[in-house]
Design a protein around this ligand. Structure first.
Ligand code: ADP
Ligand code: MG
Ligand code: ZN
Length: 496
């Protein structure tokens, strides 16, 4: 643990970061065989001669995976290679039965793009070095108290994941962001995740490992060349990315302060301490003895096909946000608030579904944000969509429900996952507009609280709240509070 202060460290050193992101594509079958890619199947039930690397088995590239990779490259403003090959990356590890990974080396499918991310009102352009296609490895489980290979009693290998198409997206080094480096790293991965989700190429779940990130960090003194980078692995959430960069900056500053040198090595992020721990030191790329894969034909995407894919790209999350911003016409403060709460998209979609802006904003920043908070999830993860929220808003607008009743309806959707109209019907949620019933309840409330009634008659109009409360109770919250108040005041001969 370091005792250094982050802000003062950033006066003495400049950080450079670089991100390597692996994303498992959501194709139905694996990269080089027809095996299923479904997550969570029994171990070693989704394997064949090809993905087990049995002698003589021949791979065939998955066209859909190539298409998805090209679409990712296009969305990241990359050039698409007109001709490229797969390469063998040779190394031995039990989770990789072929003893090489089919990957791309000096001929990646997409190169030289960029992604703009917004941090604290600034736009930072993150250069994209390459986007290439490879295959995932199997999964080792080390059985024993340590959970790691050291000290394990034995290890189990599941090859279901071996051969799932994996895209690696590597950024160019990002310099000049100063103390914002950790936030830039996080914002980049967040934006990338949203793009991948918009493209529909992956389910991008960091917790399930379908989106994985390695974070490179180095420090240099102002005016000096970039320092030696370390590569932090195991960073499994957006928050951890930010923490990993910050902790690595502090650790390296401490090393450099004491006259030491930073060693190029792999480090592991530890969630519980927020620090990085030493892994293996980095081998040279040549150790992998890369050579072109002789069992696969080169990829030569037809330029017309690439152009067609470019034309069909969905609107980017950033463009969509800007459009929503303009459409909603909300204030800059509101936009920041909605951005922080992660509800811009949701508010936009709710407005698209017919709700007025102010109402959509209030629901997502108010009641729904609170519901998400109680469940410790993001508002977007609530089991309710913008359509239902828009419906709740319209039910209030047309007088079918009060806001309190609409919240009950929303609660019902959150609890049961049912359609909001079904919840309203089942729970018989509606404003009691039967004036006879309301008049009766109002008279009963006045009779039950003569002292309150006297106070109101004597001019203390605010006391009517207690009577309104008692009528609302009697009608199980189904009355319109404003209407009830009006009835009570009329009966007491008081002007509202
Ligand atoms: P490797 O597979 O050896 O990690 P890659 O080229 O795949 O190499 O990725 C290296 C990553 O490190 C890239 O994102 C790159 O931008 C980043 N990087 C390179 N030099 C530095 C540096 N001095 N400081 C921080 N990051 C760096
Ligand atoms: Mg790498
Ligand atoms: Zn297979």
């Amino acid at each position: 643990m370091t005792t250094l202060d982050y802000a003062t460290v950033l006066q003495r050193y400049e950080p450079v970061i670089g991100l390597e992101t692996h994303v498992e594509l959501g194709t139905a079958s694996k990269m080089f065989c027809g095996c299923s890619t479904t997550f969570g199947a029994d171990p070693n039930t989704q394997v064949c001669a090809v993905c087990l690397g049995l002698p003589g088995a021949l791979p065939v590239a998955n066209e859909k995976a190539i298409e998805s990779t090209i679409r990712i490259g296009l969305a990241l403003n990359c050039s698409i290679a007109s001709w490229c090959r797969f390469a063998r990356k040779n190394y031995f590890y039990p989770d990789m039965p072929k003893n090489f990974q089919t990957s791309q080396y000096d001929e990646p499918l997409c190169v030289d793009g960029y992604l703009d991310v917004e941090v604290g009102g600034h736009v930072v352009r993150v250069g994209i070095e390459r986007v290439h296609l490879e295959e995932d490895t199997g999964k080792n489980t080390h059985v024993g108290t340590s959970g790691r290979i050291h000290g394990a009693d034995y290890s189990l290998v599941d090859y279901n994941r071996a051969g799932i198409p994996l895209v690696e997206i590597v950024t160019k080094p990002v310099a000049g962001t100063g103390e914002l480096a950790p936030e830039v790293a996080r914002a980049y991965v967040t934006e990338l995740r949203d793009i991948l989700r918009f493209l529909g190429v992956s389910d991008v779940r960091m917790e399930q490992g379908s989106l994985r990130c390695d974070v490179n960090t180095s420090l240099n003194r102002p005016g000096e060349p970039w320092g030696t980078r370390t590569e932090t692995k195991n960073v499994n959430s957006l928050r951890s990315i930010e923490r990993a960069v910050r902790s690595e900056i502090l650790r390296q500053a401490e090393v450099l302060d004491s006259g030491g040198v930073v060693v190029q090595e792999t480090r592991h992020f530890e969630e519980h301490t927020g620090d990085t721990r030493r892994g293996r030191s980095k081998e040279e790329a040549t150790d992998y003895r890369y050579f072109p894969e002789p069992d696969l034909v080169p990829i030569a995407p037809d330029p017309e096909w690439v152009e067609a894919l470019r034309k069909e790209l969905p609107e980017s999350p950033a463009a969509r946000r800007n459009r929503i911003r303009e459409q909603l016409g909300v204030s800059a403060d509101d936009m920041v608030q909605m951005g922080n709460a992660g509800v811009i998209e949701l508010v936009g979609a709710t407005v698209e579904a017919g709700a007025p802006v102010a109402e959509a904003r209030n629901w997502w920043l108010g009641y729904l944000a609170q519901m998400a908070n109680e469940r410790d999830i993001e508002p977007g993860e609530l089991p309710i969509g913008p359509g239902s929220v828009a419906r709740a808003i319209s039910l209030v607008a047309d007088g079918t429900l009060t806001v309190a009743l609409a919240r009950q309806a929303v609660d019902g959707v959150l609890e049961t996952g049912k359609d909001i109209d079904a919840v309203v019907a089942e729970r018989q949620l509606r404003v009691v507009s039967d004036s006879g019933a309301l008049e009766e309840a109002a008279e009963a409330a006045i009779a039950a609280h003569p002292d309150v009634a006297d106070k109101i008659r004597a001019g203390k109009v605010a006391a009517v709240g207690a009577l309104v409360g008692s009528v609302m109770k009697a009608t199980r919250g189904q009355a319109d509070a404003a209407a009830v108040k009006a009835i009570l005041l009329r009966k007491l001969d008081v002007e509202g």
